[in-house]
Unconditional design. Structure first.
Length: 178
């Protein structure tokens, strides 16, 4: 039994012809060529040889067009790999990044991407995660990560007084007149 495209109207034929000449995607152009060839009563094996594709592909194109019409000319991409982390995990990582490390029970004052990744694993948010993935998650949440400058602090209770006090052991030099 031969498979053909359904009877096309003049308008549909013109639209397919236009797609073969000025189609937006090669996917649509190739399918339009197959449909036009079928409309001219070419058999599936002849179409497959002419356009160097499999007979099963030609049959699929014809059946899809007969069933769903013009939507069959649009690519139906799978969308790639499914997200590794759930939205809940992502939001927990974002919340962790926005709190001070000390409040999260960490012994440092500033987050780095690697420290944030390690903390997410330690807290059981995720099993494993890379610093780059953390950066991507923060970037999608419009949280910019910037290396921050840190200063040493002291546990000495008199640190502030000593810090600003003049050091008398330093010899003063007289001003020079130039």
């Amino acid at each position: 039994m031969c498979v053909y495209v359904r009877e096309l109207t003049q308008e549909e034929g013109n639209k397919l012809l236009h797609l073969t000449r000025r189609g937006s995607t090669s996917f649509a152009m190739r399918r339009a060529l197959i449909l036009l060839a079928s409309a001219q009563k070419m058999k599936v094996p002849e179409i497959a040889r002419s356009y160097q594709c499999g007979e099963d592909h030609v049959r699929d194109v014809l059946h899809q067009f007969n069933k769903i019409g013009w939507d069959s000319l649009k690519p139906n991409y799978g969308g790639g790999r499914k997200p590794t982390f759930t939205e809940e995990q992502r939001s927990m990582i974002i919340q962790l990044a926005q709190m001070p490390p000390r409040a999260a029970g960490m012994p440092f004052t500033q987050w780095s991407l690697s420290k944030l990744a390690n903390a997410a694993v330690q807290k059981g948010i995720v099993k494993t995660i890379t610093a780059e993935t953390v950066r991507v998650i923060l970037d999608k949440a419009n949280i910019t990560y910037q290396n921050t400058k840190t200063w040493k602090s002291s546990k000495d209770p008199e640190f502030e007084v000593k810090k600003n006090a003049s050091n008398r052991s330093t010899k003063r030099h007289p001003p020079t007149d130039v």
